[in-house]
Design a protein around this ligand. Structure first.
Ligand code: SF4
Ligand code: SF4
Length: 253
């Protein structure tokens, strides 16, 4: 019998209890009665014993490993809400509806944000701008805009979908309440406050510009015509409010 065949006979066999049995050299595979269990790996067994001993010894304290290592770390106590911790710069917090530099709104009421939202948290209703009441450059503006923060998962897909960068997310995260209704934010809560030099809407577009000029950032502030329009409108409103007060007082006379 060739040497290779002989070696092949020394292959490990598996006994009924999983013991590994080596067939002694010189015995053929035909006479299985003559195979005896033998030659466990004594070194391996001793190693196992040592490992088990150490594991048994350390078992009672092993569970405290995390506790002990934590005890020696520097304690960081957040003094919230007195000193709220600043968020990361790109933290996804409450949404904001932005404005152009003259105060007109960037939202065009296209509803793309609402369609992109996986949680169905946004409701938009667009309406037409008119010469008498213009809220955004172009044809349409967002008349109704709601975000339901009971549903929102702050994934940011809505801001990715917005074609005019009207919708962005702030770092504000204090959005808890004990009732459900206040967590549905309306347009006036989401609209960015007026920045320096901005005028309140409704407002005509800057002279000689198109919505594309606004989109490209060519409008950098209100023009004198827009200012005059806003002043005249505010005066008219104040006069109207005074007139209403006078008539109300007359009713009580
Ligand atoms: S952040 Fe995500 S879940 Fe929240 S309104 Fe936008 S798309 Fe919807
Ligand atoms: S926020 Fe943007 S995507 Fe949503 S309706 Fe307004 S313009 Fe369209």
């Amino acid at each position: 019998m060739a040497d290779e065949d002989k070696k092949a006979q020394d292959i490990e066999l598996t006994g009924s209890k999983g013991d590994k049995i080596l067939r002694p050299e010189g015995e053929t595979g035909k006479n299985t009665d003559s195979i005896t269990p033998q030659r466990r790996n004594d070194d391996g067994a001793q190693q196992d014993k040592k490992t088990n001993f150490m594991a048994d010894l350390l078992a009672p304290v092993a569970g405290f490993g995390v506790s002990f290592s934590t005890m020696f770390r520097k304690v960081t106590t957040e003094e919230y809400p007195e000193k709220p911790r600043p968020t990361q710069a790109r933290f996804h917090g409450r949404h904001q509806l932005n404005r152009y530099a003259d105060g007109l709104e960037k939202c065009i009421g296209c509803e793309l944000c609402a369609w992109a939202c996986p949680a169905d948290a946004i409701l938009v209703e667009g309406a037409d701008n008119t010469d008498e009441a213009r809220f955004s450059p172009g044809e349409r503006y967002g008349r109704v805009y709601q975000i339901n923060y009971l549903r929102c998962i702050f994934c940011g897909l809505c801001i990715e979908a917005c074609p005019t960068r009207a919708l962005t997310m702030t770092n504000e995260y204090e959005l808890a309440d004990s009732e459900r209704a206040p967590l549905i934010y309306e347009k006036h809560q989401l609209l960015a406050p007026l920045g320096e030099g901005m005028l309140r809407t409704p407002l005509p577009m800057a002279d000689g510009t198109t919505d594309a000029d606004y989109y490209k950032g060519d409008v950098t502030g209100p023009t004198s015509t827009q200012r005059q329009y806003a002043e005249a409108r505010d005066e008219q409103r104040e006069a109207g409010a005074t007139g209403e007060q006078d008539s109300a007082q007359e009713v009580y006379r």
